[in-house]
Design a protein around this ligand. Sequence first.
Ligand code: ATP
Length: 223
Amino acid sequence: MAKSAADVTSRRMVGLLGGTFDPIHHGHLRMAEQLADALRLDEVRFIPCANPPHRQAPQTPAVERSAMVRLAIAGNPRFVLDERELQRAGASYTIDTLLGLRTELGDEVALVLFMGSDAFVEFDSWHRWQEIPELCHLVLVERPNAQMTESLRPALQSLLRERYADDTEALTSCAAGRVMIRRIHALDISATAIRDDLRSKRSPRYLLPDAVLEFIRQRKLYL
Ligand code: ATP
């Protein structure tokens, strides 16, 4: 949704969706589309993670996971592929990605990092996690079967208490620093289930874009 001339602020709003995208699926795409609308974002950058520090290395090489993202977002003018993590060696830390984005985009752009509720419960184990909210807003998205519980660790409860924002204006009024929880109509799709389908010779059709499935078949991925 484009901003109207009557909007109070003209701050550019950039959403960030990092992930292993092994493979990208309609759960990711719907989440990004709904948040782009709800938060009136100018663009959403899909940032494939080259070497995830918090989970097992993906089987699929980063260049192929990235190629699948490119196919999946083709034709959506708000969606952009950002390959900066593929260009760095070593663990792909979000803090480094954010520092790079700030250098490229400047301090005025609002950066809005999307995070599934499943990822947020572990956020306080991320490298230099306390600096992350200084560089971007966080938007926490509840995924099916992964409700955020009251058993969040104390450091994360404090983060929520101190930075909590409940309206979109709070995100446009500054470039970083707020934490919002958004409920979306999340699709119960995971890359794990898609890989299981493919390994078991079941069809994952309609869970991910046809072009991505075609790429998977051509490259014989997830056998
Ligand atoms: P896997 O099953 O391999 O763990 P995944 O489907 O969770 O993969 P990721 O690439 O790890 O996909 O996810 C990237 C981001 O997208 C994470 O923040 C994750 O919480 C979120 N996400 C993934 N699937 C969905 C979905 N169906 N709805 C909303 N958010 C999702």
